[in-house]
Design a binder for this molecule. Structure first.
Ligand SMILES: NC(=O)c1ccc[n+]([C@@H]2O[C@H](COP(=O)([O-])OP(=O)(O)OC[C@H]3O[C@@H](n4cnc5c(N)ncnc54)[C@H](OP(=O)(O)O)[C@@H]3O)[C@@H](O)[C@H]2O)c1
Length: 310
């Protein structure tokens, strides 16, 4: 079965959640068929992506053999986790170089996100950083380019101008930020064209729900998806030993990881970007695209991981 490319996936998904047939992915190696409506998230410009993507912060840096990491990312892509998150500074570019090999020949199927550092935004530094990223990835455009960490607010207009110039040149389709607080988002939106920011990528998982107090509702009010990094609790995925997650996973015949990810994307406005260099883990994670937690299960998770006071 030929999988839909991203444009076809978007066409089918536009306006509503993607249907089962469009999102169905057959893994020939194990004959695992993902069933159920795959979760998607819509950017304000209308682009729709699968709600679970793939991170790559330590990819290409020897945590796993490179061939295993390539196969893991490739498998994730074929199972519908088409958004791949990287950064020019992950392993000094080695993450991007490995991703180049994964997306070679199937660039249209991937939604590629990379990042520029706060010290690379003045003068022509952003354009140079973007060009270096594009070369390492072997592509002529990024689907999304993010400012990795906030600059001083006084530099926001230069950041926006740099991103908009890359967008006008066709090097990036959209841009956004990462690790911005609500006051920083407010200030960004005061800058002309600052409201073209497509997303804010921030820490979010069951064990760290702080953005639910302010940033998550702010982004929802502004129609802006949030990208959740470390959705499994970060390196080592310590969250996944939690008995409540394990029990709910057992009820659905899936892993605790799939439950944690399904929880992360439950409101329809969050894209989770788990990282894995293991094919087996990637297959577990992809199950979250079609996993619906019951109200009782969500209550149990709330009780196990209550939203902390501000
Ligand atoms: N914008 C930012 O400032 C920022 C900061 C941090 C991260 N990020 C992005 O977010 C991505 C994800 O965050 P993260 O890497 O910090 O944390 P994470 O995705 O929550 O956790 C990654 C860890 O989980 C393990 N894992 C993955 N799937 C698993 C499964 N099914 N079962 C058991 N373990 C599993 C991985 O090991 P295996 O490889 O062995 O599976 C790895 O140790 C990064 O790769 C990066 O792209 C962005």
């Amino acid at each position: 079965m030929r999988l839909p490319n991203r444009r076809e996936f978007n066409d089918v998904a536009l306006g509503s959640l993607v249907t089962l047939s469009a999102a169905m992915a057959l893994d020939a190696a194990t004959a695992v068929v993902l069933t159920g409506a795959a979760r998607t998230v819509k950017f304000r410009g209308g682009t729709i992506v699968a709600a679970i993507g793939q991170g790559s912060g330590s990819i290409g840096q020897g945590r796993h053999p490179a061939a295993d990491e390539e196969e893991a990312l490739y498998t994730g892509l074929s199972l519908g986790m088409t958004l791949i998150d990287t950064s020019g500074n992950y392993g000094e570019g080695r993450s991007e170089e490995l991703i180049k090999r994964v997306i070679a020949g199937q660039r249209d199927r991937a939604f590629v996100v990379s990042k520029v550092e706060a010290n690379e935004v003045t003068g022509d530094a952003m354009a140079r950083a973007c060009q270096a990223t594009l070369s390492r990835l072997g592509t002529d455009h990024l689907d999304l380019y993010l400012l990795h960490w906030p600059t001083p607010n006084a530099e926001f207009s230069e950041v926006v101008a740099g991103f908009e110039s890359l967008r006008a040149a066709g090097k990036v389709r959209a841009w956004g930020v990462s690790n911005f607080t609500v006051p920083q988002m407010e200030d960004l939106f005061q800058i002309p064209q600052g409201d073209r920011c497509a997303t804010n990528q921030v820490l979010y998982n069951l064990g760290d729900r702080r953005i639910e107090h302010d940033l998550l509702p702010w982004c929802e009010q502004h129609g802006m998806p949030v990208m959740a990094y470390s959705p499994l609790g970060g390196t080592g995925a310590s969250l996944l030993r939690d008995p409540t997650l394990v029990r709910i996973g057992a009820a659905h015949e899936c892993s605790a990881a799939a439950v944690a990810l399904a929880w992360t994307i439950r409101n329809g406005n969050v894209i989770g970007i788990p990282e894995s260099g293991s094919v087996a883990h990637v297959k577990e994670n992809a199950v979250a695209l079609s996993l619906t937690l019951t109200p009782q299960e969500l209550q149990s998770l709330d009780a196990a991981y209550p939203l902390p006071n501000r």
